[in-house]
Design a protein. Sequence first.
Length: 402
Amino acid sequence: MVFSLAPSPSVDLSQIRLKIRNLQPQLVQWRRHLHQRPELGFKEHLTSEFVIAKLEEWGIKYQSGIAKTGVVATITGTQPGPVLAIRADMDALPIQEQNQVEYRSQHDGLMHACGHDGHTAIALGTAYYLCQHPDQFRGTVKIIFQPAEEGPGGAKPMIEEGVLTNPQVEAIVGLHLWNRLPLGTIGVRSGALMAAVECFRCTILGKGGHGAMPEQTIDSILVGAQIITALQTIVARNVNPLDSAVVTVGEFHAGKAHNIIADSAHFSGTVRYFDSSYSGYFPARIEAIIAGICQAHNARYDLDYYPLYPPVINDPKITELIHSIALEVVETPAGITPACQTMGGEDMSFFLQQVPGCYFFLGSANPAKDLAYPHHHPRFDFDETALAIGVEIFVRFIEQFS
């Protein structure tokens, strides 16, 4: 099923400089090469090798093997200036692709279903343009090719291994090709863009027995069902209704036969919110609910609660610059939307905790070409015209930052 999208604004590429427009066939070729060879997090060996081969071909300095498969390219302009960073994620998903295209995945059960192949191509295009035009920007640019955004997260280990230091990065930007927005639009907003993601797993330990003799048992399914229902009261009755939060239980397993009361039940889920002040609140509240219901039924529990990513918080000043650049590129205010928040998570958030920056959405859907399936769908694909637009925005950011 495709999204129902507002009509696309007229996509006029006249604001894309000629040398970047001329790079478009290469961008498409690189993206399709990567699309055919998807790899999971921390296993992006072919992807890293491809990135390294291009950097070596262009004479760009780089470091590899960062957080296992990460690569950082360093490009210096002819004049001194700031140290900036561009971030692109490289990993794919464990999805069997259903698209019947010549560049479909050649790796069974794996697919670039979130656009990271496009992100890597855009970053490569930016690197190529900058190394060909060092007189057009000041300072140093680090281009970070990051593994494992889809999980368990490659940004944090890359930071821990020093990608933001020596020299110290002053600002960072990144983008996400976004099929919730039509081609020719850009989603950019100051403050919270994407939600924090926290996860939990819980096992309810009851006492099994015969389905006809419940008085001899502690029904783990009954206890689990009451807990799952009660967890929804956290957002409904504990979170400020002016704030946004989601508690989702996505998995529930218990029992092996219709006439046996299960002695254990397992469920897991996620918590998402924008406001960092809620950090630490949800694990305590979730455990209080689980503990109270278990106590009422003489059941026991084992809870594992762990944060995954903090919220993506954009710096106001850098977001303003990205907004002005986006307006230059799409040439119409209708092409810029701040109404682009999502409860999805992103480990770009770890970079933004360390240095000011901006993460934005680059519209990539084109229903007229049947390119509007949602992210993580087995028929996900995007309009590759967005690739040159992404390079143009990155290059202008580097040229205009001061």
